[in-house]
Design a protein around this ligand. Structure first.
Ligand code: ADP
Ligand code: ZN
Length: 830
């Protein structure tokens, strides 16, 4: 119950506030009487923090804080920024728990619950006090103070505004503050990224229109007309009322009309333009039926069950999602669909919009801030029933969530790698439990951990082993590059093997389409001497440089370093042509030479940087106006292109040599996904994989699309060395500009990790060990040296406790020269 602060002089509510600062604690503030009703958990508030003012989230509130407020140390909140809570209590609890699990300062995690820029911003400023008003009205203020007081009487102003207008009045202001005519106040400066808003007008609740018309309004024709229109049509944008603002203001002053602002409806461009006309749902297959029955049951029962929908590419997983969503909407609840990357959202959003004829909220990082805020607000109001987005969509304010779908659940993009280092899969499971709704994880190549959890019964596996319509999975051929290379003259680069070249030519002759895939992260994208193996590296980052044909430069992909390509190998002197490795640009060039009449497009991170370009290229492929698409892993995923006949993997094993315990898993997943792009239409597909290691356990099973064979082999590998899922891993990255100092810090951290769990004198074991410090795979980045530690072992508790001890050290030294990052669930260990 709220107590009126005036009735008990010492009963001041205390709120706990999460602030976006790297300190793992909440902060207590007193609630002054005028804000007592507004300061609710879930609202944001502006508070003094040291010399600054910060916007934070009210997490909890304690009514009996009177005694503590008398300790005097407690500062007060200055303003409440939201008229009603914008973050639910459930979301607050979820984020606090998740933050704890991944060693994230609580305020940084809670800051994710609201889009940045959505809170009004404020700056230090001045306002006139009641006493000042009176003095000013009575003419009692000193003459030189009058202009300033009169100006501030109209509205509080920021310090900067005051100083600009009254540059010489510092002493005056100090005196007015001292005498109580002015006070310091935080002044709203507008939010930097505002959602597009429109001014609206509506009839005030309980306005007595008849009485007004009979009485004072009688002769004001314009006002009468406006009032009649608003009464008949409901709320209207002011702009639509035709320049009647003065009349509206008068109506507002009379208390008959309310003027307010409302988020302009975010343009749902993609929703409309992409609908691909499959508004009618196909009859589900028996396999789909079985999967749906299980999911539907959980939706109806409001159970937070987890399902793994394990279906080969083209087996109709998306159709299962759509039907489960339909079920959710029919119950009047909301659905959240997560996708790893936004390039994958467009087809899905189009299918959703076509099927349900409803607006779909899109939440991803490429939205402009204003657009993101508009989508967020539309969800807050409960107007939008389906949200689709990348991992951050998990924070969307969906108060009546009935289903969470996570498509391509194995994708590394689901891990957030900065600040709040959560994995979307973990957070989705929490959110499902919190909301009482099922979570459906979909994949053709589930993450090893997910498949293993299904094996242990922690989630239920629903399997779709066949493609729709009895379509065969494409035939996969593996070409041994070692054998092919031996046939070529020395120095000649091998791009397409004879088999792949012939397959492409044949597909083109038949009017089919081709995707050629090159893993961007392999050595082949860098400058690499085919004679001595030397690679040109960045002076600052210790990673290989990448050749850009566009302007003929070598560039570091981490910092801005660039040079002209050397004429010859700087190590062995081999000539230029041998030096240039194979990147997507180079591949495109080569393919253009081989197939001069084909229409060729390229998709990689460079082309994707252009807004709309990815969508354009994919649309062209879907429309059949592109014959060959050359690209990085961006082309590998989720898309459905019936015209694609041949998929070629130009260099399959590059990703195998990546310094990461998941390298084999990534390789298998990527190849299987890529292979799945072929033969989705009527004609059978063909996949050609080029590799130096055709018998590797991550490559061989791709031939038979044999996930289980790979899974067994990889599981055995992991068990032997105690990698997840058979143990925990915590990754610690230490970076600094002084090499010796950085290494010393890393060594102390290794000691600290051992002592934190009493393992100083223990030999490293499968149960618990600290590996390193050693140089990170990227040993230097932007002139900082990087060392890493791995805490590893089957004794989960000890590993995590040791990690927590290091995270505490890390939080304490955010600003110091040596930075420490501790990741409790590492996915990308660079
Ligand atoms: P996945 O998501 O597993 O790759 P999709 O759901 O995209 O598979 O299905 C592949 C294709 O098969 C799509 O064109 C889809 O419309 C179609 N499809 C899915 N289920 C059925 C069904 N039960 N009957 C007929 N066509 C279907
Ligand atoms: Zn660099």
């Amino acid at each position: 119950m709220l107590r009126t602060p005036s009735s008990e002089s010492d009963a001041v509510p205390i709120v706990e506030i999460a602030l976006p600062v790297p300190v793992d604690s909440l902060f207590s503030y007193a609630v002054p009487a005028p804000l007592a009703l507004a300061a609710l958990p879930g609202c944001r508030a502006l508070v003094p923090f040291g010399p600054r003012r910060l916007a934070g989230l009210i997490v909890s509130r304690d009514e009996s804080g009177g005694a503590r407020s008398h300790e005097g140390a407690l500062r007060s909140i200055e303003r409440v920024l939201d008229p009603a809570p914008v973050v639910s209590v459930g979301m607050i609890r979820l984020l606090r728990e998740a933050a704890h699990d991944v060693y994230c300062p609580v305020g940084l995690a809670l800051a994710c619950a609201t889009p940045s820029g959505s809170a009004p911003r404020a700056a230090a400023g001045f306002a006139i006090t009641n006493f000042g008003q009176e003095a000013s009205l009575r003419g009692a203020a000193a003459p030189q103070a009058r202009p300033l007081l009169a100006w501030l009487a109209r509205a509080p102003r920021t310090q900067r505004e005051v100083e600009r207008r009254f540059p010489k009045e510092r002493t005056l202001i100090r005196d007015l503050l001292r005498d109580g005519l002015l006070e310091r106040q935080a002044v709203e400066t507008g939010s930097g990224a505002r959602a597009p808003v429109q001014r609206m007008a509506r009839v005030a609740d309980g306005a007595d229109i008849a009485a007004a018309l009979a009485g004072p309004l009688g002769r004001a024709k314009k006002q009468v007309a406006l009032l009649a229109r608003l009464a008949a049509d409901g709320a209207q944008p002011v702009a639509a009322l035709g320049g009647a603002s003065e009349s509206l203001r008068q109506l507002a002053r009379r208390g008959l009309v309310i003027l307010f602002e409302q988020a302009a409806e975010a343009a749902s461009r993609q929703n409309e333009s992409l609908a691909d006309g499959e508004a009618t749902a196909p009859e589900p297959t028996p396999e789909q039926e079985a999967a749906l029955a299980a999911i539907t049951e959980a939706i109806r029962a409001r159970r937070g069950d987890q399902f793994l929908l394990h279906g080969v590419t083209g087996s109709g997983k998306t159709e299962v999602y759509l039907r489960a969503i339909a079920e959710t909407l029919a119950l009047g609840r909301q659905a959240l669909v997560l996708v790893p990357e936004i390039t994958l959202t467009h087809q899905l959003v189009a299918r959703l919009a076509a099927r349900f004829g409803t607006r779909v909220a899109l939440l991803h990082s490429q939205l402009r801030p204003g657009e993101r805020i508009a989508e967020w607000r539309s969800l807050l109001g409960g107007k939008t029933r389906i949200a689709v987005g990348a991992r951050s969509a998990l924070f969307a304010p969906l108060d009546d969530l009935g289903l969470i779908v996570m498509d391509e659940e194995h994708e590394p993009a689901y891990k957030n790698e900065e600040g709040f280092r959560y994995h979307a899969r973990d957070l989705a499971a929490r959110r499902a439990a919190e909301s009482g709704c099922p979570l459906v994880l979909g994949s053709a190549t589930p993450a090893l951990e997910t498949r293993y959890a299904a094996e242990r019964g922690e989630l239920r596996r629903l399997s779709l082993p066949h493609r729709i319509g009895g379509r065969p999975l494409p035939a996969v051929e593996v070409i041994d590059l070692g054998v092919e290379r031996a046939l070529l003259p020395r120095g000649r680069r091998l791009v397409l093997s004879r088999v792949l070249h012939a397959a492409v030519a044949e597909a083109l002759a038949d009017g089919g389409q081709v995707i050629l895939f090159l893993n961007r992260r392999g050595f082949s994208t860098r400058i690499f001497c085919f004679d001595c193996g030397h690679a040109e590296r960045c002076q600052h980052c210790e990673i290989s440089l990448v050749y850009h044909a566009g302007d003929h430069r070598l560039r570091c992909h981490y910092c801005q370093y660039e040079i002209a390509p050397p004429e010859t190998c700087s190590k062995c002197g081999a000539p230029d042509t041998a030096l240039l490795g194979l990147g997507t640009e180079r591949l495109e060039e080569d393919v253009r030479r081989r197939f001069p009449t084909a229409r060729i497009a390229r998709l990689d991170r460079d082309t994707a940087a252009k807004r709309g370009e990815t969508e354009r290229v994919l649309a062209a492929l879907a429309a059949g106006t592109v014959d060959i698409l050359v690209g990085t892993q961006m082309v590998a995923k989720g898309h459905h292109f019936p015209g694609v006949r041949v998929v070629g993997v130009v260099a399959a094993d590059q990703s195998l040599h990546f310094p990461d315990f998941r390298a084999a898993e990534r390789t298998f997943q990527l190849l299987t996904q890529v292979a799945g792009r072929a033969g989705r239409g009527a004609a059978p597909g063909r996949v050609v994989i080029q590799t130096f290691v055709p018998d590797h356990y991550a490559i061989r099973p791709v031939r038979q699309h044999d996930y289980e064979a790979f899974y067994r082999a990889e599981l055995a590998q992991r068990a032997a060395v105690g990698y997840p899922p058979f143990g925990r891993l915590v990754h610690v990255l230490v970076s600094g500009s002084e090499e010796a100092e950085t290494l010393a810090v890393a060594e102390r951290l290794a000691q600290r990790a051992r002592s934190a769990v009493g393992a100083e004198d223990e030999a490293p074991s499968l149960a618990f060990s600290v590996l390193g410090p050693g140089p990170s795979p990227i040993a230097r980045l932007r002139d900082r040296f990087r060392f890493q530690l791995l805490l590893k072992g089957s004794d989960e508790k000890r590993v995590l406790d040791a990690g927590r001890a290091l995270a505490e050290v890390a939080h304490g030294r955010e600003s110091a020269g040596v930075r420490i990052q501790v990741d409790a669930n590492p996915v990308n260990m660079l």
